[in-house]
Design a protein. Structure first.
Ligand code: PYR
Length: 362
């Protein structure tokens, strides 16, 4: 199969969907791999390394002629004209937040494989390392924007002897949340986690029992109460394949401390905070509303591309190999996990969560 590795045009996106090592695996399996010029540069992989691995360096137009397109993020509007019938597009596509892209995919008849929805034994294995990066970065970003010169409250999150530490409130108790909590605990913050699932609450309570962490049931009352205590508020709510609800209402944001910081990790799926109308980007990542700094960048791991590319390439290679060697239909028949990532099939939306989120035919 002809595979195209695209240099992702999303602002601040320096990751790439394939390392030279993965190109070698796919070439040895009988594929032709077209690598967009300098696609790996942002992640520290040179054209020469891809050539040595058996790839061909081409321009963007040529890379997009491939049957299997490997991206990092959803196609941008500037890329829609490349779509062709029967093409397979792979990436962290977050289509529930990208209706225009889905409509174009339906019109042209492409297939979309959304890596973030791939579930292996109930675990979103490909999303997991990216959530970990976003979760860890969220605490660092919180600290950065809390500084006075960045418009923040002017507090040092870990505190110092005799002066109390800051409070990090985390909405949701999944993988991103756990990574944020680990970071916040590691630097000595007071952490509050709001989670809906009872057995998960118990797990988190056990995990953090020796630390300054409160794990509480996530409901409106607790959210209203605890958001007021937050120096940094991190939203990690995820409903696979779907838009999450706007749980954080404007009046809750208004009740927050002036100069506190919101990091909405959930913004890639549409966001959970009423005061965030649209995503920001790495070049202009924050805005202030009601005195609260909002960070809403949807591709947070794009800022640490070396780490993130190595992790995502480790996750996607077995799927890309299967699709390219067996063909899409056979690969889907033999692997339920791959099916969980299928959002659009030859122009038809096949994910109910996606169809419901953006109101298209299922
Ligand atoms: C990202 O890493 O940007 C995803 O969308 C998962």
């Amino acid at each position: 199969m002809k595979i195209g590795v695209i240099k992702d045009p999303k602002q601040g996106e320096a990751r790439v969907g394939m390392t030279p090592e993965n190109v070698k695996i796919l070439v040895e399996a009988g594929n032709e791999v077209l690598v967009d010029d300098n696609a790996g540069a942002g992640s520290g992989f040179t054209n020469e390394q891809y050539i040595e691995a058996g790839g061909k360096i081409v321009d963007t137009d040529t890379a997009w002629t491939a049957e299997l397109i490997v991206k990092v993020k959803e196609p941008m509007e500037s890329e829609y004209h490349y779509f062709k019938k029967g093409q397979i597009i792979w990436g962290f596509l977050h289509l529930a937040a990208n209706k225009a892209c889905v409509e174009k995919m339906m019109e042209v008849g492409v297939t979309a494989l959304s890596g973030e929805n791939i579930s292996i034994n109930g675990v979103l294995e490909l999303l997991k390392p990216m959530s970990a990066i976003a979760g860890r970065r969220a605490v660092n970003l919180g600290q950065y924007y809390l500084e006075k010169q960045h418009g923040g409250e002017g507090i040092l999150l870990p505190g110092i002897d005799g002066v109390e530490a800051g409070t990090v409130v985390i909405l949701g108790g999944g993988n991103a949340a756990e990574n944020s909590a680990d970071m916040a605990v590691g630097i000595g913050c007071h952490v509050i986690i709001l989670e809906v699932n009872e057995s998960r609450i118990k797990q988190l309570q056990e995990r953090y029992k020796d630390h300054n962490v409160d794990v509480l049931v996530s409901n409106t009352e607790n959210l209203e109460e605890k958001i007021k205590e937050a120096d940094v508020f991190i939203s990690t709510v995820l409903i696979p394949g779907a838009k999450p609800p706007k749980l954080v209402k404007e009046y809750m944001v208004e009740s927050m401390k002036p100069g506190s910081v919101i990091v909405d990790i959930a913004i890639d799926q549409g966001g959970t905070v009423e005061t965030i109308d649209k995503p920001t980007n790495h070049a202009d990542p924050v805005f202030t509303k009601h005195g609260v700094i909002h960070y809403a960048v949807p591709n947070m791991p794009g800022a640490t591309p070396r780490t993130a590319t190595i992790a995502l390439a480790k996750g996607n290679i077995s799927f890309l190999k299967d699709v390219s060697v067996k063909g899409l239909e056979a690969a889907l028949k033999s692997d339920e996990s791959l099916v969980s990532g299928l959002s659009v099939y030859n122009g038809k939306v096949v994910s109910k969560a996606l169809a419901d989120s953006i109101d298209v035919t299922y």
